[in-house]
Design a protein around this ligand. Structure first.
Ligand SMILES: [Zn+2]
Ligand SMILES: [Zn+2]
Length: 248
């Protein structure tokens, strides 16, 4: 993996942007002032987040993002539009695999900070393809949760795992693999909370409310899930994207 950044940061000139266009940092969603000069479709609030993203995932996907984010040409035929949509979905599915594999590899190597940009990117692609409440988002939440535990950001970890748990609870027949991974991560959180003797009863509650066969436990409006988005409160815009301040 590249651990140094090539000279690919170019300044972003506000007057060069269309009036009313908000360019936001890829990681924290604050207003952007620089861009990746290689793909020219990814923006950052400053060099610190550009570097974090480059090391975490961007070096691997810069070229593909340039293709994915370029404006779609106007297509007159319905058949062409359908084929273009299908092609886009296939590209996004491939990106989900690349970003998740990268995030999991970084977790395995205990590079928790570096795993966050890859996991956030995978979450964004998963939302684009599957929608914001699909169980397909859970693997990304689990990577984010485990990275947060590794970084000792336990309240943030609880938010991510609560979001994962809420999504699993309202899914019909979630896979055993997803449920066991969620149990594992909740166990990690429990151990981390226990180690610092902070309210282990809270995580016990989370574990005891894991989905069983009783569908009556499911809920369509979980206040815990709603509060999970508080971790993105660093966002200054109204866009509700899954972003977090890497600075903690
Ligand atoms: Zn930023
Ligand atoms: Zn780039």
């Amino acid at each position: 993996m590249a651990d140094t950044i090539p000279a690919n940061i170019s300044p972003l000139y506000p007057l060069a942007n269309a009036k009313g266009t908000d360019l936001l940092c890829e990681l924290c969603q604050k207003p952007a002032f620089i861009q990746c000069s290689k793909c020219r479709v990814t923006y950052y609030c400053g060099p610190e987040h550009q570097r974090a993203d480059w090391i975490g995932i961007h070096a691997k996907i810069c070229d593909e993002l340039a293709v994915l984010r370029k404006p779609v040409p106007f297509l007159t035929s319905e058949k062409d539009r359908r084929e273009k949509r299908e092609e886009l979905i296939q590209q996004q599915l491939r990106m989900i695999v690349i970003t998740r594999t990268t995030g999991q590899k970084l977790l395995f190597e205990n590079h928790f900070e570096e795993a966050v940009p890859a996991a956030l990117q995978s979450l964004k692609f998963a939302i684009d393809v599957h929608g914001s409440s699909s169980v397909e988002l859970v693997p990304s939440y689990l990577i984010l949760g485990e990275a947060s535990i590794g970084l000792q950001r336990l309240s943030q970890a609880e938010e991510y795992l609560s979001q994962a748990q809420w999504t699993v609870l309202k899914t019909d027949n979630p896979s055993n693999a997803i449920k066991s991974q969620l149990h594992r991560n909740l166990g990690l959180l429990f151990s981390a909370l226990k180690a610092i003797t902070v309210a282990p009863w809270r995580t016990s509650q989370l574990i005891s409310s894991m989905p069983q066969t009783n569908t009556a436990q499911r809920t369509s409006a979980c206040p815990v899930a709603t509060s999970a988005w508080r971790i993105f409160s660093c966002t200054r815009t109204s866009r509700r994207l899954p972003m977090t301040c890497l600075d903690g």
